[in-house]
Write a protein that binds this ligand. Structure first.
Ligand code: MG
Length: 417
């Protein structure tokens, strides 16, 4: 499940947060104070009078005579953005940031349960109010993929929370206009009309070929899957491995100390792999000694998500490595297989250990990395700091993860701030 969070009337709300005299009043944010400018955001009080993003200032005054026009302060909006990220990160790791006021979260494991997902959403709203400011409200949508989650976030504003569950698709969508979907604007709507698609019901029951033609390419197929509640960009992911390497500080180059760093790297890679919903079938240990050629060894595995089992195999590999002093160590989990392709572990012990790993991930997500970890990595626990917070799962936006490219093209359009 994806949780999509969209701040309501963001620029205007930030101003109302910073300037209490503006609270509860219709305001419009303008980028400069010349007569020909227009509102780049409007408070809900102004929207009530029909003032919208893009509204010229003369029109804004006509529609809403009492409106206060406020000169935009981009630096303040960026500061607020970071405060909001900080706030929501206390609840759940951010998966993607799409604009200054939009972000998404990938709910995994038990967090996909509807009650738990709602609880997380309410927690985020609360955290934003407490940490970023009581006047900052957001609408949250929860659905099986990002497109539907964003659509859901638009269904109730302000301060909304809308959940679309898989079994409610497509009926729940039928009440929407086709342009209510993010990314369907006039151009695509007109093309859809040419294929006889005027309603969401028709859109949801159109064939893959029709949508492909309407969109003029593979993007139409992506939409076909999105509308069914699938997550095609993930299905297309070509991600084959997940690993980390680390150049060791001089005091950690002795083999035994390097080993604890390797364990830390494994711990980190395994947590990321689980977070992204993969299982590995291969573990590779890579050693670069000082002034000797690299040493590499690997072991093939039954699909595995269990850090304890992986640690055991890492240990076996480590015993084979001959170097007393090591310059750089790398651990790679390879041959990744999707959750959906996995039969759950057969043996009770494996199941327990996999669950334990997921539980440790949750604790570390909530209380910071390495809040709980395996004793063997104690020495190396701080050796490989996260340059980019794990919470951002930065790989998801990099082209080398394969299929995400397909998701990038239809980048959901930022309608308004
Ligand atoms: Mg917004």
């Amino acid at each position: 499940m994806i949780l999509f969070l969209d701040l309501n009337s963001f620029f205007a709300s930030v101003e109302q947060q910073l300037q209490p005299k503006l609270r509860g009043r219709p305001i419009g944010i303008i980028p400069n104070d010349c007569d020909s400018t227009c509102c780049i955001a409007a408070s809900y009080e102004a929207k009530h009078f029909g003032v919208k993003t893009g509204c010229g200032i003369r029109e804004a005054h006509e529609r809403c005579p009492g409106i206060t026009l406020v000169l935009a302060r981009p630096d303040e909006y960026i500061k607020a953005h970071h405060k909001i990220l900080e706030a929501v990160d206390t609840i759940y790791p951010v998966q993607g940031v799409y604009s200054i006021d939009e972000m998404s979260f990938k709910l995994t494991g038990p967090d996909r349960e509807i009650d738990r997902a709602r609880e997380l959403a309410m927690g985020m709203k609360r955290a934003i109010r407490e940490i970023a400011g009581e006047y900052l409200r957001c609408s949250i949508g929860i659905a099986p993929n990002r497109m539907l989650a964003k659509t859901a976030s638009n269904m109730m504003k302000p301060d909304g929370l809308v959940v679309i569950q898989r079994h409610e698709i497509p009926d729940r969508l039928h009440a929407l206009d086709i342009t209510d979907f993010p990314g369907i604007a006039d151009g695509i709507r007109n093309r859809l009309h040419r294929y006889g698609i005027h309603t969401t019901k028709q859109l949801c029951s159109a064939s893959k070929q029709t949508l492909r033609k309407a969109w003029g390419g593979v993007l139409g197929e992506v939409w076909y899957h999105w509308l069914k509640g699938d997550d095609p960009h993930i299905a297309a992911t070509k991600r084959r491995n997940c690993g980390h390497q680390h150049v060791l500080a001089p005091e950690l180059r002795e083999a035994e100390k390097a080993r604890s760093v390797a364990i830390r790297l494994l711990h980190k890679a395994a947590a990321r792999m689980r977070h992204e919903g993969f299982w590995c079938t291969k573990l590779t240990l890579n050693i670069k000694p000082i002034e000797a050629p690299s040493w590499v060894a690997y072991v093939n595995l039954e699909p595995c998500q269990d850090t304890v089992r992986l640690l055991h195999h890492l240990d076996q590999l480590w015993k084979l490595q001959p170097h007393p002093f090591i310059f750089c160590v790398g651990v790679t989990l390879g041959g990744l297989v999707r959750d959906s392709q996995i039969e759950q572990p057969l043996f009770e012990q494996d199941r327990k250990q996999t669950n334990l790993a997921h539980t440790m991930d949750q604790i570390n997500r909530k209380h910071g990395h390495a809040s709980i970890y395996y004793g063997a990595m104690h020495e190396g626990k701080d050796a490989a700091p996260r340059r980019i917070p794990f919470a951002n799962v930065p790989d998801l936006d990099l082209p080398d993860t394969g299929g995400m490219g397909a998701f990038k093209q239809p980048a959901l359009k930022l309608k308004q701030a």
